[in-house]
Design a protein around this ligand. Sequence first.
Ligand SMILES: [Zn+2]
Length: 448
Amino acid sequence: MHAFSSAPSAPLTRLPDGTVKQINPFTGTHVWTVPGRGNRPLTPPPATDEVLEEGERTRMCAFCQDNYALTPPEKARVVRDTDGSWHTIVGVSADDMHATVAEFRRIPNLFEILSFDFWSANYGSHMSDDAIAHLNAYLSTSSGIEHCRAIVRTKMAASGTPLPTDHQISLDELREQVRPFFASGHDVIVGRRHVVDGAHYASQLASSGTLSVDEHRAYIAFTIEGMKDIYLSNPWVRYVAVFQNWLRPAGASFDHLHKQLVGIDEHGVSTQREVNLLHHNPNSFNDLAVNYAAQQKLLIAANDHAVAFAGFGHRYPTVEVYSRSSCTEPWTMDPDERDGMADVLHAVHAATGPTVPCNEEWHHTPLDVDTPMPWHINIKWRVSTVAGFEGGTKIYINTIDPWTLRERVVSELMRLRHEGAIAEDLLIGNECPRTPNMLRYNPFLTRV
Ligand SMILES: [Zn+2]
């Protein structure tokens, strides 16, 4: 069914015995899939299925709805109005913390990857006027002061330098200690639920795929607002990395749905590599990604604004989702285009299922790069791989080849469509368009 190619540089080579050799066209990563390993269950059933007591669903971890005060002062929240519409509230005070139910919150990470001191010492960064105003407003109430004191204590205890219990943190000391939270360039977007509504068991976790289509659109839109805010609040930020680690094997500290946004002072290795490739061929993301995937019958889902396919040359089974928009900045994109991308991403998560640990990694054109690159997101299934072999050979063993991955996801999407759990207008599997150059980011294409 799939042509055998002996060319060692082809992204996909299927050997007669079924072994698939893959080379990632962007990273050069070599991956083999050996037949016979791909149909095992992806994850074991939970070891314990703890029954939830009444009221427990909203206080299972520090990200839960009853525990807003356990995380640093929030920057913004999304609430749902009675008519079903969404709106963002910025800078909620400690007094108003529980006045509304946050569907999504943006909070500073307690332990930043790049701290405020990093930006201050290396770039002379100052707090933005908005951040100073937020800090002053927060510390103008006794509840705000008490919340900040508790968070400082939590952070110091977690760092191994707990404050003596009789030490009263002065207001000046407090202001100094909490400044990094208000000026943070490392934020967390937290969903409302830990477990799905009405869950009886602790294992019934609320993942990206268990959100409704509408909720997931709001989640993505709010995340993009956060990206824009980090770019605007610190002129030294060259790139905002966005990622979601789902479940502990994928690096999450909490089994509670969240994404992270990290402003960094360079483009990052993978983005820079992609930019370099685009300098040689501006159409790389059509030629080497979507066009090739379509030829290899690896397309999974599409709508007018996005397309997903089973990726090749990844260390873990990976579904790649690309925006088809001619606009490459998620925050300036037309809302329909943004929502279309959110819908395809949501469907992929729904098909993946809440028990599979996975990483969601976003890529977009950095602000200071003049070569357009489409917004795209990889969803990596962190299922077990064979260890040991990789270190010596730099060839990675991935247990699921791209065609098997595609079949698994497509058949699950068909079932989910039947249940009405994914966006109605989604084209699935063979329904996807096969026209070349589906991605419209490349300005040269419009001249044809
Ligand atoms: Zn929680």
